[in-house]
Write a protein of this length. Structure first.
Length: 148
């Protein structure tokens, strides 16, 4: 990757998001948890959730990822509380389509993923970007399976 490509990919906004990830850490008593890892780059994201009436009421994430994965976790952390599984799955599918198929930016409140449009060209980065939403969806399923 050329230096100019790196500058384009790692914009100031992406780096700002990566430096300010909301809800970092782990919950002491989650109802559901999931850990996702990208085999290509080794990035990992663990998500813990507490769910009430089908919506996330508490959330924490442990993010060990590149700046793009961290930025994706930051976008997610700003909007996840209060969402139900269908919203998360729609956002995940939309983000995947945005990256892989040049689809539109995910709908509100997930439109913050627009900052990651430059990553479309870098397929080896897609898995890291998708990890936070994938882990959140799996954590939600785990919570529902536990009776949430």
């Amino acid at each position: 990757m050329a230096d100019s490509d790196l500058i384009k990919l790692y914009s100031g906004r992406i780096l700002e998001l990566a430096a300010s990830i909301p809800h970092q850490g782990r919950l002491s008593a989650p109802m559901g948890s999931a850990k996702k890892r990208s085999p290509l780059c080794g990035s990992t994201v663990t998500v813990d959730v507490v769910v009430k009436d089908g919506r996330i009421t508490q959330f924490a994430q442990d993010v060990k990822a590149c700046a793009l994965g961290q930025a994706a976790a930051s976008v997610l952390g700003r909007v996840l509380v209060g969402k139900h599984r269908a919203e998360l799955e729609a956002a995940r599918d939309s983000l995947r389509a945005m990256l892989k198929d040049a689809g539109p930016v995910p709908a509100a409140p997930f439109e913050g993923y627009e900052v990651l449009i430059p990553a479309r060209e870098y397929k080896n980065r897609h898995a890291s970007i998708l990890l936070p939403l994938e882990a959140a969806c799996e954590a939600m399923i785990a919570a529902e399976s536990a009776g949430a």
